[in-house]
Design a protein around this ligand. Structure first.
Ligand code: ZN
Length: 453
């Protein structure tokens, strides 16, 4: 077999014989990665799926409903959009050591309790290592098979023999196709192995989890190509404080992509979070530049906080750094404060974001963002049992947001004392908490500064 050196774009998988700074196919910079392929690679390409039919009328096509199978791990089911579908291929990507293998072993356990047979293929650890990890996680079931192998041909043989409902490949970077000359982990290996696995899974209606590593620099070389091939992409990441693991769907052919799975990492494995969640500490202290709020992650209300630091600048152009909030939205809110409240930020740096490295696009956080920024600029402490809910418009008016009553109820349950809400909010039932209605940012400013004096 003859081999040749090629350069493959990690973003669009285009192939070149020479290195270039920019990929002519997709226009991305610095995405070409050196790889070795065999020159005798089969010219004829196989189909990714085995679905093939002549054209038929839509009403004649028989409908099959997606049948979802629960993995038994509530947060994984949530991120998958309600459960696993037959023949679904999911990529679970995340940095090494985040807990991907742990999550998958627990999923195999959950599936086996629901009567599904699962096969766990580890290319990273021996069967002994995997089983000792399983013992630590109290995973034991007759329905789970373990296999330690990196040769794709042997893996596929074994899958066809065992016929599991769920197969887990840990990880795609360690698997190699014996007919391809390049080293495992290379782009052409990953692409060919994944294509082969996909074909096999679709043909045999096996739900397949493919684990993929992501480096700390966010270099997605392999998994980036995989993202286009699979049905579902799940990102497993650590929240900033390290106490929680977040599972986020970035792509899902079978469900929504805005659901967030939250886990707590403990000695005995991952513990699923409850239906409502709080990233906020219990302390009720008054702090400058901190405002609490409730935002929705998919269908779950999450209590979180916005932090802002507004400080005299040393630069000719003041800095604006926002984390977890859309930059343009944050800029607009700052401009709305300047115009409406007549506070000046032109000689101040502004750093603001959602605590814990969370990201949100929920407009209900606008009011909390404005409160945090104003509080930091004017050194007005905001008590820890106050919260802010409302969307702020370009003319600084505070308007209602979705699920407002549900958010208020959530804060009430968490013993918040005072909630700033849009003036338009009409609550029928009596509320324990002090609902402070504000119509615009000027009113917000006068209400929070009145408390300070
Ligand atoms: Zn490209």
């Amino acid at each position: 077999m003859k081999f040749k050196k090629v350069y493959i774009c990690s973003s669009c998988a285009a192939q070149y014989s020479k290195w270039q700074g920019q990929c002519p196919a997709c226009g991305k910079w610095n995405t070409l990665i050196e790889d070795v392929i065999s020159e005798s690679l089969p010219k004829e390409r196989k189909n990714i799926t085995e679905f093939s039919s002549p054209a038929i009328k839509l009403d004649k096509a028989c409908q099959s409903k997606f049948e979802r199978k629960k993995t038994g791990i509530s947060e994984l089911d949530r991120a998958l959009g309600g459960g696993l579908i037959k023949g679904q291929i999911a990529l679970l990507a995340g940095p090494p050591g985040i807990g991907k293998s742990t999550l998958m072993l627990e999923a195999a356990n959950g599936c086996s309790k629901n009567g599904l047979i699962s096969l766990y293929i580890s290319g990273e650890e021996s069967c002994e290592q995997v089983s000792s990890r399983a013992a630590r996680l109290k995973v034991k079931s007759e329905n789970i098979y373990l296999m330690s192998e990196t040769n794709l041909v042997k893996i596929i043989e074994e899958i066809k023999k065992i016929k599991p409902s769920v197969a887990i490949i840990d990880s795609i970077q360690t698997i190699y196709h014996p007919e391809i000359g390049s080293a495992s982990g290379g782009i052409s290996q990953i692409r060919e192995c994944a294509a082969e696995l996909l074909r096999m899974a679709k043909q045999n209606s096996i739900s397949l989890f493919i684990l993929g590593h992501v480096t700390k620099e966010g270099d997605l070389a392999g998994p980036k190509i995989l993202e286009h091939m699979v049905d579902t992409v799940l990102y497993f990441e650590s929240e900033k404080s390290g106490a929680y693991r977040l599972l986020r769907a970035q792509k899902n052919r079978f469900g929504p992509v805005d659901e967030l799975g939250i886990f707590e990492m403990t000695d005995t494995g991952l513990v699923c979070a409850l239906d409502s969640f709080s990233f906020v500490s219990e302390d009720k202290e008054s702090v400058c530049g901190r405002a609490r709020t409730v935002f929705f992650e998919g269908t779950r209300p999450v209590t979180g906080e916005i932090e802002a630091l507004v400080n005299k600048t040393f630069y000719p152009y003041p800095r604006r750094i926002f984390n977890g909030i859309e930059n343009s939205r944050a800029q607009m809110l700052v401009a709305a404060i300047e115009k409406n409240v007549q506070l000046r930020f032109d000689t101040y740096d502004i750093f603001a974001g959602v605590k814990g490295g969370l990201k949100t696009k929920d407009p209900a956080c606008d009011l909390a963002f404005c409160a945090a920024v104003i509080s930091s600029l004017r050194d007005i402490p905001i008590p820890g049992d106050w919260a802010f809910l409302g969307e702020v418009g370009i003319l600084a008016s505070v308007s209602s947001c979705s699920y407002l009553s549900q958010r208020v109820a959530e804060l009430e349950r968490r013993n918040f004392k005072k909630i700033f809400i849009p003036a338009s909010f009409k609550e029928k039932k009596e509320s324990k908490v002090d609902l402070c209605r504000v119509k615009d940012l000027k009113e917000l400013y006068s209400r929070i500064s009145a408390k300070a004096q």
